[in-house]
Design a protein around this ligand. Sequence first.
Ligand SMILES: Cc1cc2nc3c(=O)[nH]c(=O)nc-3n(C[C@H](O)[C@H](O)[C@H](O)COP(=O)(O)O)c2cc1C
Length: 163
Amino acid sequence: MMTDHRDFRTALGRFVTGVTVITTLDAQGAPVGLTANSFNSVSLDPPMVLWSLARSSRNLAVFSEASHYAVNVLASDQRHLSDRFARPVADRFAGVDWRAGRGGVPVLSGVTATFECRNTTRVDGGDHVVFLGAVEAFEGCDREPLIYHAGRYATPSYEIFSA
Ligand SMILES: Cc1cc2nc3c(=O)[nH]c(=O)nc-3n(C[C@H](O)[C@H](O)[C@H](O)COP(=O)(O)O)c2cc1C
């Protein structure tokens, strides 16, 4: 199928997502991370999640070889982290508070949820690689999430419909 990339991206952007920073350690033990909104749930039993990484990422080899990674779901006051982990800054972790989770991977402070995953399966996804992770530990709280829609950040201000 011939696809107009701009129209395709625009249509995909109608799907509302949260924003995550996916983190791991490189072979030297240095923290590595990048912003991703391709995160989604897969399986409850066993607990599994997925996200996809561009083949052009400087960190494709690091994530492919890592034993674990963490999915950090950003809170609405962490937009600066989304920007920082999407840009080629020298040290994305400078001044960022984190603790070591499973496999030593960085679990960021102040997020609304974290999923610590074993890096189990990678699937060809065209110009991306789809990463399936087995969730070994998770945490969630009711901190307001950061929202991404149509290429823009937003904070929740919606009507909750009761069942
Ligand atoms: C809101 C947002 C969502 C993004 N989602 C993804 C994603 O799901 N997968 C991906 O590969 N890049 C995604 N990116 C782009 C990467 O964060 C960006 O290309 C980053 O520089 C990649 O870092 P690296 O090349 O150092 O690995 C996203 C960027 C933003 C701002």
